[in-house]
Write a protein that binds this ligand. Sequence first.
Ligand code: NAD
Ligand code: ZN
Length: 235
Amino acid sequence: MIQITKDTRLVILTGAGISAESGLRTFRDSGGLWEDQRVEDVATPEGFARDPKLVWRFYKTRYKAAIDAQPNSGHAALVILEKFLGKNFCLITQNVDGLHTKAGSTGVLEMHGTLYECYCTKCLAMYRTAEIDLDPDLPVCSKCGSMLRPYIVWFGEIPYHLPEIEGKLRNCDLLMIIGTSGNVYPAAGFVMTAKYFGASTMAVNLDTVANSDYIDEFHQGKAGDILPKLVEQWC
Ligand code: NAD
Ligand code: ZN
């Protein structure tokens, strides 16, 4: 069993699975559909160019669901771990639902963006989603009148915070991946980078993961059950 102490430099990568117990659906386990939509239609720049109204409808619904959702015991366990490890703790998420922050985690690296922000497709002005008028089919920028888009990294776009993440992966002792299927790159490749630079790797997931060759210790089950037990043992 991998153990941690206060000196362990821990990097965590979470995916949609950690939010499943908060009632937000993952997409790999629903046949490649995300909330009944084809990913190509709602999570690519091409899909947005083709039908921006459909994409906006999709993200407005995701935003409202995220606002209503409550963090679960998996999110809460990571808050305890952050308090225990302090600056040795780094939390990266592929999720856009804001639940880690709602649970009390700080400095979360939201590599795929967040439902809580939007930006202008022309002048790039940033907005909190809460402050824009979501009633029109296509919300517009109050500065230049152009169409806004969700602050979400779609397939084919470059994730946020990659240089900082690369530095963390090269200098950690343990990388834990939680609730992520290991199919979406570059996040799926983080275990390879961490291992290459000498870290141990651990996965907590309901099903086997696609990048299992690079995982030293696998805990199969629900994040909401497993994480509180691990954290109780460690902290
Ligand atoms: P994924 O849907 O590809 O994989 C989720 C994994 O979580 C699966 O392997 C599944 O077995 C596992 N899982 C399901 N319930 C679990 C639980 N209770 N405990 C532990 N594991 C559980 O998700 P991904 O790898 O994060 O990739 C999905 C992409 O879609 C991401 O880029 C993300 O931005 C986006 N997405 C985000 C959300 C969200 O913000 N909540 C939801 C769906 C998709
Ligand atoms: Zn603008």
